[in-house]
Design a protein around this ligand. Sequence first.
Ligand code: NAD
Length: 375
Amino acid sequence: MTKRNTSTRNMSTRRRFVAQAGALVAATFISTSSTRALAAAAKKKLGFALCGLGGLATGQIAPALQKTQNCRLAGVISGNPAEAASWKTQYGIADKSIYSYDTMHRMADNGDIDVVYVLTPNALHLDNALIAAKAGKHVFCEKPMEISVERCQQMIDAVKAAGRMLGVGYRCQYEPNHLECVRIAREQDFGALTIIDAHFSNQTEPPGWRLKRALAGGGPLMDLGIYALQVTRYLTGEEPVWISATTTQGDPVRFSEVEESVLWQAKFPGGAISNCSSSYNAAPVGYFRAVAERGWFSLDPAFNYGGIHGMRSDGKPIELPPIDQFAAEMDDFAQCIVEKKRSKVAGEEGLRDVTIMMAIYESARTGRPVELRLS
Ligand code: NAD
């Protein structure tokens, strides 16, 4: 590794992920101004309305909201009145704060709801976000942000025009072991990063929207591979400049609309390369290993809701105590709203991932590498 390369990496490191480097500290240390702002907001935890009451909302987000400091479950948006009634009973939600997708625009008159958390299938995120923004609500949107670059940009523009904030549900950006890996990369414990291998797969069976292109936008890349992509971006602190990819479709019936597996390789401006894969027809496995000049570090499992841990080549484990990643991301978003501070998972972060994923699909489709210039 030349000195020049190393210093290029140092410069790019500082460029965009400076906020993340301090995130571990930020998790335990709140500045005086933050304390004042939060104290002022303490009487009113921000009200979150969950839009889409499926697996994630039921299993993770509603329970996580009970653990947050800055948020509360204030409303629901559901297409199923019986489902909404059961949430009303379970969480004591006021009648006025229960909406359908057809009535959610009436939230404009509901001061109890500050944020709409969009938890519907990927291709519906924009429609839900547009209504929420028009009703004057902040928007927190699950990953992937949407299914095209244009739709991501429309969401960013609409929320901005409404004078509200937009965040994307990148829970791993709050997970202490991931943040420790970002620190290892930033401080170059093992020198400059050279190669990152990352993988995330599961078995996804029909029925369900995840195998339907119109609702999912793509297959495992959009759903699972995005975690591997995020890892390569936040470990390097850079955007890829070159991508080469291929997809497979071993079972043409099950995977008639989306890819079965995807493999992509990328080059980063500081010299690191990545090798990533994702599949809907493999055991549930998610890990990464980052190899630097003089050693390596890895997380395995890397993307679970809990139990994330890893290892360093010097024999030291990476095993910081787990947190509720969803509670952390919602608390941070609420804090950003109160402090009028840009979120590290703002809409532009979601847009960058979707831009890169579209380049991955383009490369797989054309059989040619794609060059990228992301700011
Ligand atoms: P799900 O299928 O369990 O729930 C989807 C919800 O959307 C249901 O309430 C369904 O009724 C509603 N919906 C509204 N219109 C629909 C339509 N036309 N077709 C199908 N459903 C419709 O999905 P999920 O697993 O809860 O995922 C929701 C979102 O959350 C997705 O964007 C997904 O990528 C994301 N997600 C993120 C994580 C994470 O760890 N951050 C985990 C799982 C899912």
